[in-house]
Every structure is written in C-alpha cells, then in structure tokens.
Design a protein around this ligand. Structure first.
Ligand SMILES: [Zn+2]
Length: 785
C-alpha cells in the first residue's frame, strides 16, 4: 500500500469515526451519571447506530431473551480482521481440536490468529454498571487510536455482550424510575430479574436450561472458542472496590493448570493497571473460588474465565460508606488493612455509579490489552491445553447404558453433555464417552463424584464457606447409571427400553399433562405406570384413575430463585399452576380452588413477615402472617395437600403444628455443614406401592443445602442411611442426619402436609427427585373433593 493510499485510508477512518455518535449525545447523559438507568431498546439502538458509522464493529442479534427482547453481541476488531471473520473462525476451530491439526500447522495458525475475548455484562441485572461501561468502552474502541487501543484492534477479536440478561435491564430500570426520589430509591425490584432464575442465572452454565445461557454458549462459546471470557459483576458496597483474579482455593481438579497460571497473569496485570491509574481498593486472591462449573464453562473449554466484582452503589444512586464499616473479615483480606493482595485500601466516602464504570473501563481495556500483547502464547497454549485434554488416560472413558430406569432423563443427560461439546458415541446398546477428546475434563467433572476439600477458617475451626455449591454430579442428580472404565469396554449388550408411558420415564409426566390438556383421562397402577383412557391396561385390575391436581405456588414479593425454578420445572413438564401471593392466601377459601399448594425454599421469617414496613412501598410489605397460617391450616384440614421445600418446611413445623423435630435446628456450622451437596438416601420403609415414591429406585441421591432432617412419628417417605451419607461434595457432621427423615408425609385432618428436606426440583437439574415432587402433586389430586 502506498503512503498516499494510507493517508486516504486514515482520512476515511477518521471521517467515519467522527460520525460515531457518542454515548452522551445518544443517551443525553454521560454513562455512569448519578441516577442514569438504561432502556434495553435504547442500548440496542445505540449499538446499531455506532455499527452504521464504523468499520470496526459488527452487531448481531443472536436470538431472543426469555421475554422476547433482542439478545445482541458486538464484534469489535480492526476492519481487515472483520472482513475475514470466517478465516479466524476456522483458525479457532482448528486450534481448539488438536486431533485436526498437527503441531507444525498449529504453529502457523498461531502466527496468523487473533486472541478471541468474550466480555459479558450485567448478567445480574441489579449489577447495572457494566452495561453502561460496555456502551462507553465500545465507543472508545471505535473512535480512539491510542497505541493500546490499536494493539487491541489489531491482535484480538473482541466479542462484547452488553447484557447477558436484557429482560433484567428493563425490570431494574422500570423499578428504579418508579422509586426514584421516594424513600425506596435504590432498592431491588420485588420480582426476579430473570423470569425463572433471578440471581441463579449464572448457576445455569452446565445444565443450560435458560434461553440466555443457550444462546451465549451455542452461538459464542462453542463457535468462537474464546481464549478469555471476562464476566463483569458487582458485589457488596463495604468491601474491596474491585476484585480480579487470582481466584481462591479450591480449584476444580479438571481445570488445566496452564489456564490457571494464565488467569493469574491476566488478573494481576489488570490489578496493576488499576493501581497505576490511581484506583484504590483493588483486591486479588479473595472471596471467589474456582469450583463450580456452573460459573466457569469456558475454563473447561480451554479458555480463561476472568471475573471482576465491583463494589455496588444503590443501583444508580450514590452512597456514602463510613470508613469504620468497611469489612474486616472478608474472605482472604481485611478491607481496612494493607496486605499483599489488597495493597491500597480505599478509605471510604462517597461511592457512585461512575466510580464503578471508571474501574470497569480500565479493567476491560487492561484485559483486552493483555490478550493482545500475549496473543501468540495464548493461542499456542490454547492448542496445548487441548492436547493435554486428549492425552487424559484415567479414566479411559465413561459408559452410559441405555437400559436405564429413566430413558427420558438419560436422553436429557446425553443432550446436555453434547450441548457442552462433549462427543458421545453409540457403543453396542449404550453410549460411550472417551476421554481422548478436547473437552474430556468437562465431561469428567460432570460425570464423576466431587471430593470437596475440608477447608476451615483456621485449623479445627468453622468451615470456609464455598462461593457456591460443592457438587455437580449429573448421574446422581438425574438418576442415570453411568460408570467409568479404565480400558476400552467390551461390546455392550443392553436391551433398548422403549420410551412409552411408564412412570419411570421423565417423558411420561409431560405426556400425562398433555392428555389432561386435551381433556383426557389418565390411569396409574400400583407399579407407577401411567395409561391414557381407552388403553388396554386401564381396564385391568390395579389401575386407578388419577385426577389433574389444581396447583397453587406461593410467590412472595421477596425475589426467590427457588420459586422461579419451581415455576420453570412445572412448565417444562406441562403442569398448570397459579401463583399465589400473601393476600390471596390470607383471604382463605383455598380448598375450593386448589388441591395442592407449594412453598419453595425460604426462611420462616421471609414467609411470615416479608419485607418490613418502611423498607419497600406498602403494597409489597408483610408476609403470610397469622391470617395466612390459619388459611393454610383450614386448607389442609379440608383435604388439601401442602408441600414445603427445604427450609420452608420449618414453617410447617413451627407455624402449622406439624409434629416433626428438625434435628439440625440450632446446630452450628462447625458441627454440621452441607453447603450444596448430594447425599445418599433411601425410600424407607421400602414400599414399591407408596404413591409418593412410585417410579423411584430404593436408593437415591438428594440435594442437601441448609436442609432440615426430622425425627417424627408421622409417615416417613425418604430416610438417610445410618452411615456413609455423602455421595458428592462436602458434608460435615453426618451423625446429625444419620437415620433421620428426609421426606415426611404428615396427616392434617383430611389432608396432607409433605415436608421435603431437600430441594427436589434443584435448579431444574435433579431429574431423579423431580419424581418425588410430581408424586406429591398427584397426592393432591388423590384427595380431590
Ligand atoms: Zn453478580
């Protein structure tokens, strides 16, 4: 290219960039201004407007969010990179799978390729700063020509998701505007900010149940194989101003050590850049661990997951943090004290949205700049990590037989693994997952049992709280038999079980709801099999007609992810239900409308009292109170079924008079601790015809997370064994649970109160115990008036 044409090109570029609308001109305010919240359609319109005026960006709609909003991504790079995206996709694909690519070719591709960096914002919608940071940073990438920005443009492909939760942007914005200037300014909305999962939307990244997760994984992670995924969050206001990696222990054992070293490198470089820019309160190696794959998809797919957590204001309203209130006992550091991983404490004072945006702008640029200057090593190591995965020898692989008790759950397990790019091959009558594949660590993490380390705050002291849960063994959650093999297995000879209407099959629940939708009749025998009306089975002995239960689901104004997951699971399996608020329950007369009322996991205080008066607009305050308890007792006495999940069961024993003693009540964390673990339990006494246990094997694994267990004279459905309770994860103090009840069916007048010492619908993952839940719903149908 001649120097003349270069000058012409620069002239064109600057002319183009001059037309890129600034955030201020488009939104009327600078990003991060006090009280600024954004509308999602305006954010989308902004990205479209800058795309129309720059050759450094392409904007794509990947699909629609849960509630139908456009889900967008911006691809930002040098114009000559954007013109050849297909070539870079191909380079990534070939480097990601060393089976396709010999080392000599990989070296050439490394020289040619770009580092792919995916940056994702505001998955938690109340952590709203990073969508605004995304807007301002995109503008800077299109209009600035500093050496750092040029290095990023030339060496990376920057995929920017301005919100992983577009519905949440509007939910929070609507609420903030409504409460602005009132005593409730800056409170969180009294609803989940993602329709089904709320804050749990970043705990969905191995089961992939939600649309936003599916779009991001299928269309970005799995296509682009990013070397870095940087996810921006916010945390409590009185700790560090910003956290970046290194992470804390424990590190999930299947994550490659090269990746960990690289994320330490990128994270500390980000911390150095923040410090060099004069920003205080930067913490590394604190608070956050690297355990649950639900938050670290890319780390099992040869890419880093970088996290930053900024201190929050009150949504878009400034706050004042008194110096003495800064946390002294944050995990890994003291927010008032200088230490190696927290070198310059922030002194306290006013903290506003713009402060968060300022930190995030530096962190974003720093992460991308590291990606740019380390381009060759990152790509070379990316290929090397794939080689190390393929070389995995132990185990040789996993076998999934198809003659499973639950073919529907088995199919779902296989589809879930395949969605995460695990190769599953047919083998004899079953399926085989070999470990000599690029994402063998992902498959292994999800198929094996977790041995979470016994971590204490000090020797002999209380347990160190894991950041999320400690177990994720899908075969145990789903009730699917999977076993590991250390050499290629002999031919499998498993009879194929037809997926017809059988109680053991997850599909049958969908099917019976369809039949009810059509006004049909369903029969069930004492073995748990279903039959539609007119079928041959329904006329023979042992079959009883079952009625469709009329289901109510308690919904507090306090957003509760477990309530959202319950709705999601009911809808996935076709159950009709109505949500019930405090006032509707207090009004009584519930038996006329409902057969079953479900209470998701919640504390008794939240259920009974809800938001305190003065903390939220009056229409959202209060809970069930005495009138609610009276109405619920009346409902059960008249033949209704009340179902309580997990901690909510304390409401039944403490407020409704169910005679069961919660044996972990008052036991300290140091004595008993099950922070999201899978525990062995059994149907006990084993009665194959117990309507609450139909379709389940005798031995099951249940999800225990702050879960009650009982001593009771009421009927026990599920009981813990006398020893060896831990199936996967971490458990302290099993002696408290041994031999105690984990599901109780208590009589109350003509009705039932069913206590679940577990979350049987846990995050839409626990297919095996879904059946305990669904059986309990039918128990309501059983007693229809
Ligand atoms: Zn968050």
């Amino acid at each position: 290219m001649t120097s003349k044409s270069l000058i012409a090109l620069f002239a064109l570029a600057s002319c183009l960039s001059a037309r890129v609308p600034s955030p201020e001109s488009f939104f009327g305010q600078r990003m991060g201004s006090d009280h600024l919240v954004l509308d999602w359609d305006k954010v989308v319109a902004y990205f479209r407007a800058i795309e129309a005026n720059s050759d450094r960006i392409r904007v794509a709609e990947l699909g629609q969010s849960t509630e139908g909003r456009p889900f967008i991504t911006a691809t930002i790079a040098a114009p000559e990179t954007l013109q050849h995206l297909d070539r870079y996709l191909e380079i990534q694909r070939r480097l990601a799978d060393p089976r396709l690519t010999p080392e000599s070719e990989a070296e050439k591709l490394t020289a040619e390729g770009k580092t792919v960096v995916l940056v994702t914002c505001s998955i938690h919608a109340t952590e709203l700063a990073s969508t605004q940071t995304a807007v301002e940073f995109a503008y800077r990438m299109l209009t600035e020509n500093t050496p750092r920005i040029r290095a990023i443009l030339d060496n990376t492909i920057f995929l920017l998701v301005p919100s992983l939760n577009p519905d949440g942007v509007d939910i929070v914005t609507r609420w903030y505007r409504r409460t602005l200037g009132t005593p409730y300014e800056g409170t969180g909305p009294p609803e989940l900010y993602q329709k089904y999962t709320g804050h749990d939307n970043n705990r969905d990244w191995y089961m992939f149940t939600q649309k936003e997760t599916q779009l991001t994984v299928a269309k970005l992670h799995n296509v682009w194989h990013p070397q870095i995924v940087y996810d921006l969050h916010q945390s409590e206001p009185n700790a560090a101003r910003i956290f970046v990696p290194p992470w804390m222990d424990p590190i999930e054992p299947n994550i490659d050590a090269i990746l960990m070293q690289e994320s330490n490198m990128i994270g500390t470089a980000m911390a150095a850049d923040l410090t060099a820019a004069g920003h205080l309160g930067v913490a590394i190696h604190a608070m956050y661990d690297f355990w649950s794959p639900s938050r670290h998809y890319q780390a099992f797919h040869a890419g880093m997951r970088i996290l930053s957590e900024s201190a929050s204001a009150k949504l878009a309203s400034p706050i004042t943090v008194e110096p003495g209130t800064l946390k002294r006992d944050a995990l890994g550091y003291d927010a008032q004290q200088r230490s190696w991983n927290f070198l310059e404490p922030w002194p306290g004072g006013v903290w506003r949205l713009r402060d968060i945006v300022d930190d995030q702008l530096i962190a974003m640029e720093s992460c991308l700049y590291q990606a740019a200057i380390h381009r060759a090593e990152l790509l070379r190591n990316f290929y090397k990590i794939g080689k190390r995965q393929i070389a995995r020898k132990s185990p040789w692989g996993f076998v999934i037989a198809t003659d499973q008790r639950d073919p529907g759950a088995t199919r779902k397990l296989i589809e879930t693994l395949e969605f995460g790019q695990v190769e599953v091959e047919p083998y004899g009558g079953g399926k085989l997952i070999r470990m000599d594949q690029p994402y063998s660590g992902w498959a292994k993490a999800l198929l094996e049992r977790q041995h979470y380390p016994d971590m204490r705050l000090y020797p002999g002291g209380p347990p160190e709280r894991p950041y999320d849960v400690t177990a994720h063994t899908l075969p145990l959650l789903m009730g699917v038999d999977v076993y590991s093999v250390d050499k290629p297995p002999p031919e499998l000879h498993a009879a194929h079980k037809p997926g017809n209407l059988t109680a053991s099959d997850s599909d049958s629940w969908v099917e019976i709801n369809r039949i009810w939708d059509r006004g049909g009749t369903v029969w069930r025998n004492s073995a748990g099999d279903f039959s539609a009306s007119g079928g041959p089975a329904s006329t023979s002995a042992g079959w009883k007609q079952i009625k469709r239960p009329r289901i109510g689901l308690y919904r507090s104004f306090m957003p509760n992810s477990d309530e959202g997951w319950t709705r999601f699971v009911l809808e996935q399996f076709g159950f009709a239900y109505a949500s019930l608020e405090n006032k509707e329950i207090q009004a009584g007369g519930l038996r006329r409308r409902f057969d079953v009322i479900i209470f998701p996991d919640s504390t008794v205080a939240h259920m009974e009292s809800g938001y305190a008066q003065g903390s939220m607009p009056p229409e959202y305050t209060g809970g069930l109170e005495a009138a609610g308890a009276a109405a619920l007792r009346e409902f059960a006495l008249a033949g209704g079924t009340l179902i309580f999940f997990n901690r909510a069961a304390d409401y039944a024993t403490e407020r409704l008079g169910v005679a069961a003693r919660n044996v972990i009540h008052g036991v300290s964390n140091s004595e008993y601790y099950a922070p999201g673990s899978l525990l062995h339990a059994r149907i006990d006494p084993h009665d194959p015809h117990d309507p609450l246990a139909l379709g389940l094997p005798n031995d099951i694994a249940i999800w225990s997370e702050l879960s009650p267990a009982w001593e009771t004279d009421e009927r026990v459905v599920v009981r813990y064994p006398d020893a060896n309770l831990l199936a996967s994860g971490w458990l302290l103090g099993e002696k408290y649970l041994a031999g105690k009840a984990a599901e109780v069916d208590a009589r109350m007048g003509a009705g039932h109160v069913i206590l679940f010492g577990m979350r049987p619908q846990y995050r839409a993952q626990s297919y095996q115990t879904f059946k305990l839940f669904f059986n309990a719903l039918l128990c309501g149908g059983r007693t229809q008036p």
